[in-house]
Design a protein around this ligand. Structure first.
Ligand code: DGY
Length: 329
């Protein structure tokens, strides 16, 4: 039987499935103790399944028998893809099943920032609602405003659909190359990043974190945005220069920001970002619903079992690793 190491809790049903086909070691958390147990389990591991852990060469070198890593995420920025491929280790992820939920999170942030939902809910709780509200509590419209989407992958398209059909928003987008089918479906317009920043009321980031997108939105880009516009980030924290964003928000050069992801997670409680009324911060909840997390876990289990059984997993990120595995294995 193959050995699988889990560093993510799974439902009883999925655990039963895995245990029918493999020897399973569970690392319940990624505390110092948990990491020590992970290191102990790596030398005999054939498969790994989990999320939110940077699996670097230092760790992977402890796992000479490793055949597959199944990430319970769509993002793969925690992995050294070249290294995995060179070693013939298959990497899989969980796209599709989280698309709609993550786009919902994007819209939750759009609505929360524009209509000041969290700020005003805290104001009510603090006993400040003593008379009818006035302009000091007004927000700005979402419907009919221009939605600029940076990165037109699955999640970008799900946002475009919501914006176009649900809120009557003109849609602009920026991606590697124009996507005529998206333009047709949502009456969307392709723009350079600069033009998108200048023309959008909401700029929503959905790009994966890569060397090319790290720091994509810095002081120069923020300066191009309209003072009444709002930045939404549901991709990865490092896509935005947080210091530049803080300065822009403090100076009133942007109306607000809705961030689900941060340069450092968990976001430290003393982060100056949390002192801003015009910032809505959520704890990386993009895909975090019961239904979607279970679907992601199921997808990750399917991927891993397929890989360990010698079948091509449905969500293989590095197909080149298959060839390496065939020549070395
Ligand atoms: C993903 O799936 O990449 C989400 O951001 C959760 O990490």
């Amino acid at each position: 039987m193959k050995n699988i190491v889990l560093y993510k809790k799974l439902s009883a049903e999925l655990m039963t499935r895995l245990r029918q086909q493999a020897q399973v070691t569970c690392i319940d958390d990624l505390s110092a103790d948990g990491l020590a147990r992970l290191r102990d389990a790596l030398p005999t591991a054939h498969g790994l399944l989990g999320a939110s852990l940077r699996l670097d060469a230092g760790l992977l070198d402890l796992a000479p028998q490793l055949e597959a890593v199944s990430s319970v995420s769509v993002g793969i920025d925690n992995y050294d893809l070249d290294y995995l491929t060179r070693r013939g280790i298959l990497l899989t992820n969980t796209p599709d099943v989280l698309t709609e939920t993550t786009a919902d999170t994007g819209f939750a942030l759009i609505l929360a920032t524009a209509r000041r939902v969290t700020e005003l809910a805290a104001w009510v709780r603090a006993g400040q609602w003593r008379k009818s509200i006035g302009p000091a509590q007004f927000g700005s419209d979402v419907h009919g405003k221009t939605l600029g989407i940076v990165g037109m992958g699955r999640i970008g398209e799900a946002l475009a659909r919501r914006g176009h059909f649900g809120f009557g928003m003109p849609i602009l987008y920026h991606s590697h190359s124009p996507k005529p089918e998206v333009e047709q479906r949502y009456a969307a317009g392709y723009r350079s990043l600069e033009a998108l920043l200048e023309e959008s009321d909401f700029v929503c980031l959905t790009v994966p974190l890569t060397a090319a997108t790290e720091g994509l939105i810095g002081a120069r880009e923020l300066a191009r945005m309209r003072p009444e516009s709002i930045l939404i980030n549901i991709s990865r924290g490092k896509v935005v220069d947080e210091t530049a964003l803080l300065e822009a928000l403090q100076a009133g050069r942007l109306r607000g920001a809705g961030l689900d992801v941060f340069e450092r997670e968990p976001l430290p409680a003393d982060s100056p970002l949390l002192r801003l009324d015009n910032l809505v911060a959520t704890p990386h909840i993009g895909s975090a619903t019961h239904e979607t997390r279970e679907a992601m876990a199921r997808c990750a289990v399917d991927n891993l079992l397929a890989a360990l059984a010698g079948r091509r997993p449905a969500n293989l990120v590095n197909p080149a690793a298959l060839e390496v595995a065939q020549t070395t294995g």
